[in-house]
Ligand binder design. Structure first.
Ligand SMILES: N[C@@H](CCC(=O)N[C@@H](CS)C(=O)NCC(=O)O)C(=O)O
Length: 250
């Protein structure tokens, strides 16, 4: 990633070497997010389910002023009270769990959990994008919501809505090409495939593990948007979704 002075820096996921205690707002663990971002919602659901008090900094998606201090320009970014900061949603889930109850296996310790955490980003996240942005109408509907809820300046809001709808429609089409089936059928297939791993009430069995929070966050971002009816009518995923919703109160 190029810095303003022309030098190069490599942004990377996981716990970062430097500490930024001044970025933990009001002395609380802090997440830098977009309200509608699926990856941010993963982290929010874990924090809320554990009853951890946190500050939430909404990042302006156009200017990203709130993340100027960070080399990593994506959300979520997590800052702990001692200034430890962590990039990338799945790494953040592991960091928070390790330091608050240590209830699920760490990365590399449980192949199933790793597989389904990876699935949340590589398959489920892309499958929902293909459905939400399936055509120009659904794309505009989503962007209308996103530009109202996320922290766009008034000036950026209108252009972002119309331009965003076109851009996201293109991204939706490219995501759809990754899968053999049409978007709605593909999402149904992916939910069926998730169901095979929900043993007991959760991916984690009797209690949620990293795969539960990772996949719940992704699907939670779709609530109210095109295609959520597929989740609502799924015999296994919908009851699981409701359990996760109760646990994380969001
Ligand atoms: N692998 C990352 C992906 C994060 C990501 O792509 N976040 C989006 C928002 S949902 C983002 O910040 N995109 C860059 C941008 O908005 O400029 C993670 O899991 O945290």
């Amino acid at each position: 990633m190029a810095r303003k002075d022309g030098s190069e820096s490599e942004a990377f996921g996981g716990v970062q070497p430097n500490k930024v205690p001044e970025k933990a707002i009001d002395g609380k663990p802090t997440i830098y997010t977009y309200a509608t971002c699926p990856f941010s919602l993963k982290v929010k659901s874990l924090l809320k389910s554990r009853g951890i008090e946190f500050s939430n900094v909404e990042v302006d998606p156009m200017k990203k002023t709130e993340l100027q201090w960070s080399d990593w320009k994506k959300v979520p970014v997590f800052v702990d009270i001692d200034g430890t900061h962590v990039n990338d949603s799945n790494d953040i889930l592991h960091y928070i769990d390790e330091n608050n109850g240590n209830k699920f296996p760490r990365d590399g310790e449980d192949a199933e959990q790793d597989k389904w955490m990876n699935f949340s980003n590589e398959i489920l996240g892309k499958s929902i994008v293909a459905v939400i942005y399936k055509n120009y109408r659904t794309s505009l509907h989503a962007l209308d919501y996103v530009t109202k809820v996320d922290k766009f300046s008034l000036k950026d809001r209108i252009v972002s809505k119309w331009l965003g709808a076109v851009v996201m429609r293109m991204i939706g089409r490219s995501r759809a090409k990754m899968f053999d089936q049409p978007p709605r059928t593909n999402l149904q297939t992916q939910l069926d495939s998730m169901s095979s791993a929900i043993k007991g009430g959760f991916f984690g069995g009797d209690d949620p593990n990293g795969a539960d929070f990772a996949n719940y966050g992704i699907l939670r971002s779709m609530q109210g948007l095109n295609g959520f009816d597929i989740v609502e009518s799924h015999g296994v995923v919908w009851p699981w979704y409701n359990r996760m919703q109760i646990l994380s109160d969001m």
